[in-house]
Design a protein around this ligand. Structure first.
Ligand SMILES: Cc1cc2nc3c(=O)[nH]c(=O)nc-3n(C[C@H](O)[C@H](O)[C@H](O)COP(=O)(O)O)c2cc1C
Ligand code: SF4
Ligand code: SF4
Length: 260
């Protein structure tokens, strides 16, 4: 029996959103979207029941879930035996322990995790890693995963066998990263686009050149969105991280994986 399907996700640069939407298309049923990327969308409490099915997606940050995603789910999302698929989207290095962390967290919140996928997304730090992903090939794959998932929902949902999802417990250490923030390099017309789309409200609405480095996730949403190409992370520390990523993440091309 097909359930009420909800896409529940955080996606700063929209690669998680693209992967989830393709999975939903493959499922071939109407879906509701709960995009909790922006702070105003992380206020509401959500509860799901046995008539629901949730596809939960987030990007991989440092081999784990972004901390704010973890905190939002812990504080606001509960379920009563609701079937769930967890989808981690990563920038061609690895998803490490992110999927098992998602599996454990959703189980703690009352979900039954019955499927998982690790999909690819262009790396937030640079367009030179996992460029253009998810690409056409990834989206075909995501639709096929969605089709298989819909088939699985014909039967009552069962949890995946423990250990089927790759990843380590205990998870890798969640290391706080050095505070950094983007600079304005090229003027600013105060259009407010970056302000409205910052997931943590770090950009000053009166003066968008001012960013609170202690809040910034380095998600690069503002850099990608600015119509003038004004925002950039120019610090040596950030450029060092990009150089490290370029040396370690670029090759070979990784393919999505699914666990059903
Ligand atoms: C702070 C940060 C840490 C990241 N850590 C990893 C990582 O450990 N492994 C990886 O392959 N990609 C990593 N990425 C890349 C993202 O997972 C990838 O770009 C993803 O597609 C972003 O999803 P979004 O477009 O939905 O925001 C990281 C990105 C950011 C911003
Ligand atoms: S200021 Fe930081 S957190 Fe906000 S959109 Fe820009 S990179 Fe992301
Ligand atoms: S998106 Fe660019 S131009 Fe618009 S407010 Fe932000 S920095 Fe200024």
């Amino acid at each position: 029996m097909l359930k009420k399907v909800t896409l529940l996700y955080f996606s700063s640069t929209k690669t998680t959103q693209k992967n989830l939407r393709a999975i939903a298309e493959g499922m071939g049923c109407p879906v509701t979207e709960v995009d909790f990327t922006l702070p105003q969308n992380r206020q509401q409490d959500l509860h799901f029941d046995q008539d629901d099915f949730v596809i939960f997606g987030c990007p991989v940050y440092g081999g784990l879930m972004p901390l704010l995603v973890r905190e939002y789910i812990q504080q606001h999302v509960t379920a009563t035996q609701t079937g769930c698929a967890v989808v981690a989207v990563y920038g061609n290095r690895h998803f490490d322990d992110c999927l098992v962390e998602m599996e454990d967290l959703m189980t703690e919140q009352g979900f039954v995790v019955t499927a998982a996928a690790a999909c690819l997304g262009e790396h937030s730090y640079t367009t030179k890693i996992a460029t253009g992903r998810p690409d056409a090939q990834d989206l075909v794959w995501a639709k096929e995963f969605g089709k298989q998932l819909a088939g699985k929902l014909e039967a009552p949902v069962q949890p995946l066998e423990k250990g089927k999802i790759p990843g380590n417990r205990p998870y890798r250490e969640r290391k706080p990263s050095a505070p950094m923030a983007p600079e304005n390099t090229n003027g600013c017309i105060k259009c407010g686009l970056c302000v409205k789309n910052c997931p943590v409200g770090a950009i000053d609405p009166q003066d968008p050149g001012k960013v609170d480095a202690s809040k910034c996730l380095k998600c690069l949403s503002c850099v990608r969105l600015c119509p003038l190409g004004s925002k950039a992370f120019t610090s040596e520390a950030f450029q060092g991280s990009v150089a490290w990523c370029l040396a370690n993440f670029q090759e070979p091309r990784k393919e999505p994986i699914s666990i059903l």
